[in-house]
Design a protein around this ligand. Structure first.
Ligand code: XLS
Ligand code: CA
Ligand code: CA
Length: 439
């Protein structure tokens, strides 16, 4: 039974298999299908994102919003916020997914002062609690929007104004309380304007110290209230600021280690942010994985022909096969999941387009997991890795890995040998051909 009538003309989206030509069915996402010992539902933990899917307007720097939502009354009222919550839960239910994600300001309007703003958030959170109970849908992660309102123009926790720092402390404190109340499985920090445009007005060292103090306060507060969700930081190199402090996985991990915060945080990797940073998506995932910090994923894509954060829905099976391979090697995402931080194009103005976008993305990822599971069980790439590094399994290589070698012992070894063994092929083209056979 739906809560609102807006999607009544669309059937519940179910798995029908690759032969189906029903645009309102999954062709690859069979939630119960097992890959590498777990179901696709367990691997994927898909989430619908509140902000793009329900609050994005389609506006761009050259023109206003275009998207049509029959349920909207054009206001940003609390009444509309409550009604919208029902529509969101209907949508997630119809897709048969388990999770949603939101920022405080996606779901509840600001009031005349901080007190009213907080009260508004709690009114909607109460509604969410009821809807979660009714539908079984869960909160993958919540976050605070500390970048849209003009007060955040010069940053949030890195703002030169201590008042803004305090304002942000209130926002995160409230959202942690809300996350505790709603059982949010993770809590995300994306430092929207935590960066700068010019060093002429920026004390970089002091701003980093402030950001670290803020994160420490969040950790302390979560402990105090008994909130056990996983903290995640989402790297992004630029947009909206020129230099963002959370540039990429490596930068965030270096920051966390400097301030001894690393055991409290993992990373939320967004595909489009990886490409903006000049990496590819698998690189960012693998960097996080080998550092024990792969927490969750914002599933979207950029456009290879430009350098913008276009936030399109994922549709590249090959790219995702590689991503899924890394996720499976990671043993999954723990409490994390795959959040569709992606927006419809400005001219995708039909209600059906929300479904096509999500169905396509879900099927892309599900198909990729099936492929990755097969690649792992066939073992070609893992066998190749073992073979490629085998000189470290014995002799002098083993001594290096076990910490028993030093420059002198290595020099003695190579002097005796005279010359290193000849180079072996990296077999890149061969491996690429094999990868292509799967996709
Ligand atoms: C923006 C970010 C943002 C975060 C959450 O580029 O992707 O949406 O995921 O604040
Ligand atoms: Ca994101
Ligand atoms: Ca993005």
């Amino acid at each position: 039974m739906s809560l609102t009538p807006y999607f009544d003309h669309i059937p519940a989206i179910r798995y029908e298999g690759p032969e189906s030509d029903n645009p309102f069915a999954y062709r690859w996402y069979d939630p119960a299908h097992k890959v590498a010992g777990k179901t696709l539902r367990e691997w994927c933990r898909f989430a619908v994102c509140y902000w793009h899917t329900f609050r994005g307007t389609g506006a761009d720097p050259f023109g206003p919003g275009t998207l049509v939502r029959p349920w909207e009354d054009g206001s940003d009222s609390l009444e509309m916020a409550i009604k919208r919550a029902d529509v969101v839960f209907d949508f997630v239910s119809k897709l048969g997914l388990d999770f949603y994600c939101f920022h405080d300001r996606d779901v509840a309007p600001e009031g005349k002062d901080v007190k009213v703003t907080n009260a508004n958030l709690w009114k909607v959170a109460k509604r969410f609690k009821k809807l979660q109970k009714q539908t079984g849908i869960k909160l993958l992660w919540g976050t605070a929007n500390m970048f849209s309102h003009p007060r955040f123009t010069q940053g949030a926790s890195t703002n030169p104004s201590a008042d803004i720092f305090a304002y942000c402390a209130n926002s995160v404190k409230e959202m942690l309380d809300v996350s505790l109340e709603l059982g949010g499985e993770n809590y995300v920090f994306w430092g929207g304007r935590e960066g700068y445009i010019t060093l002429l007005n920026t004390d970089m060292g002091r701003e980093a110290d402030h950001a670290a103090a803020f994160f420490q306060m969040a950790v302390d507060y979560a402990k105090k209230i008994g909130y056990k969700g996983q903290f995640l930081i989402e790297p992004k190199p630029c947009e909206p600021t020129k230099h963002q402090y959370d540039f990429d996985s490596a930068t965030v991990l270096a920051f966390l280690r400097k301030y001894k915060l690393e055991k409290h945080f993992k990373l939320n990797i967004e595909a489009n942010h990886a490409t903006l940073a000049g990496h590819d998506f698998p690189h960012e995932l693998e960097y996080a994985r080998v550092n024990g910090a792969l927490g969750s994923i914002d599933a979207n894509r950029g456009d290879w022909t430009n350098g913008w954060d276009t936030d399109q829905f994922p549709n590249d099976v090959k790219e995702w096969a590689h991503a899924a391979y890394i996720i499976i090697k990671n043993g999954g995402l723990g409490s994390g999941g795959l959040n569709f931080d992606a927006k419809l194009r400005r001219d995708s103005v039909d209600v059906e387009d929300y479904f096509h976008a999500h169905i396509g993305a879900i099927d892309t990822v599900a198909r990729a997991f099936r492929i990755a599971g097969q690649m792992l069980s066939d073992g070609v790439f893992e066998d190749n890795l073992k073979r490629r590094y085998r000189s470290f399994d014995k002799g002098i290589g083993k001594q290096v890995e076990s910490g028993k070698a030093d420059f002198e012992s290595l020099q003695k070894y190579i002097l005796k040998k005279g010359n290193p063994d000849p180079m072996e092929s990296g077999r890149q083209e061969y491996l690429e051909n094999i990868f292509n056979r799967y996709c």
